[in-house]
Design a protein around this ligand. Structure first.
Ligand code: ZN
Length: 197
């Protein structure tokens, strides 16, 4: 069995702010300079937003699916161009782009806004784009039990844009297919065609 890491004790807000002050000093700046005085407080507040996904779960968002009368609707449902705003766990730099999520209902449908919200839940955590893509697909599979799920994410990684490789325009594309999308190449092609505008 893999050894579990011991639980992390969460530092206080003051300790988190002190850590930002340390970083400010480490880059050679004066944390008492007028413009920087409030910076640790603001950065910690911003971190609360960036990582708000740890206070939410996919279950909170997706546990209510609906078994409405859909008059026989059993074609894919696609939500295109969901904004993705996440942070890479290697550099804590933003990666920003779009997700396209499709599922084929199996008697149950999800509220459309729920799909965008579940993207948010996983995006607002320390991430790699590959895992983010999978976590969205697996959560929809788990809670909506659809015939298939497709998740496609295209994003620009600021850790590649502004540091390291300095690739200002490259985009990273990841896909995860489950169920019917995994086995049926026609469904995948239809998905790719419908996410193109
Ligand atoms: Zn990175």
């Amino acid at each position: 069995m893999a050894k579990k890491n011991p639980p992390v004790t969460r530092p206080s807000r003051e300790e988190a702010e002190a850590a930002i002050t340390t970083l400010i000093k480490w880059i050679g700046e004066d944390p008492n300079r007028e413009g920087l005085k409030e910076t640790p407080r603001r950065v910690v507040k911003a971190f609360e937003e960036y990582f708000s996904g740890y206070n939410m779960s996919a279950a909170d968002v997706l546990s209510k699916s609906f078994s409405e009368d859909m008059a026989g609707y059993n074609e894919p449902v696609l939500i295109r161009d969901i904004e993705v705003e996440s942070r890479c766990e290697h550099h804590m730099a933003p990666f920003i782009g779009r997700a396209h999520v499709a599922y084929i209902p199996n008697g149950r449908i999800l509220g459309l806004s729920k799909i965008a919200r579940v993207v948010d839940v996983f995006a607002h955590r320390m991430q790699v784009q590959e895992r983010l893509t999978s976590e969205i697909a697996l959560a929809i599979e788990k809670y909506a039990k659809p015939k298939g799920v497709a998740v496609f994410i295209e994003a620009e990684h600021f850790c590649m844009k502004v540091r390291g490789a300095h690739q200002g325009h490259s985009e990273t594309v990841t896909t995860r297919f489950l169920g019917a999308y995994k086995t049926d190449v026609n469904l995948r092609n239809q998905f790719f065609a419908s996410i193109r505008k």
